[in-house]
Design a protein around this ligand. Structure first.
Ligand code: ZN
Length: 258
């Protein structure tokens, strides 16, 4: 089979996984029981039919509205499916060209889908579900163990990085009394430090704070947020930082220190 069809297959698989992730995000964030019950319309509570559950396609055919009550389906539903597809095909190609094995690919998928889940949960609900953070921590540990060369060195470096970043965020959390960022961000920072290790974590934090500040200033200038009192979720910026840090961390550092 050609590489094109394999990556297309990965996209479809990722979109399905993204669709499922969207359900997990909604249920973890609203406190509904995860993995229980069938998907319903948020508005009229009608159980969705199979033909309305096809990732991306259903949303487009329904023009983003419920078949029964015509109320809007959140755009998040479509975005999560498209992102899922792009991540799965992107990681598949990355694994193909860098020679990662299937176990490493599955662990990376788990990390990146958790990051996407955190992005949308924090953006839409202001919550970073512990389940996603725990998945990143466990997958990162397994990824570290899967490289037998320099095992202890890698493990120690990444664990120390995680704790240093955790302490840094904990200080910010305590100094701002939780208004600057939530405790979810503190836990997430440990997971990202453990996943990326040194020096990629530095790039991730740099990108997160830079984009966070940039977007905040724009929102204040547009009058969408007040300078005092209003807070914006920091999780999505940490996620963007982690993704850029993972793929481009070393290249970005080389730009600055060469
Ligand atoms: Zn409805």
């Amino acid at each position: 089979m050609s590489l094109f069809f394999l990556s297309l297959f990965a996209f479809v698989f990722g979109a399905c996984l993204g669709s499922f992730l969207g359900v997990l995000v909604d249920r973890a964030s609203t406190g509904e029981q995860v993995l229980r019950g069938r998907s319903k319309c948020e508005h009229c509570r009608k159980v969705l039919e199979t033909r309305d559950l096809i990732p991306i396609v259903s949303y487009v055919l329904l023009k983003g509205r419920c078949r029964h009550c015509n109320s809007k389906i959140p755009l998040r539903v479509l975005l999560i499916e498209v992102t899922g597809g792009m991540i799965a095909s992107g990681l598949f190609l990355y694994a193909y060209f860098t020679g990662l094995n299937i176990i490493e690919l599955i662990l990376l998928l788990a990390v990146f889908f958790s990051l996407v889940g955190i992005f949308f949960a924090d953006f839409s609900y202001g919550i970073i579900p512990d389940e996603f953070v725990a998945t990143i921590i466990l997958s990162s540990l397994f990824l570290l163990i899967s490289y037998p060369q320099n095992l202890f060195q890698n493990l120690i470096v990444n664990i120390i990085t995680g704790f240093l970043v955790f302490s840094f965020f904990l200080v910010i959390f305590l100094l701002t009394r939780g208004r600057g960022m939530g405790f979810g961000d503190v836990k997430l920072s440990f997971a990202i430090g453990l996943f990326l290790g040194f020096p990629k974590t530095i790039v991730a934090l740099y990108v997160a704070f830079l984009t966070g500040m940039f977007i905040s200033i724009i929102l204040v200038l547009l009058g969408k947020k007040k300078l005092r009192g209003d807070s914006i979720a920091f999780g999505p910026f940490l996620v963007i930082g982690a993704v850029i840090g993972y793929f481009f961390g070393i290249q970005i550092l080389n730009l600055f220190f060469k």
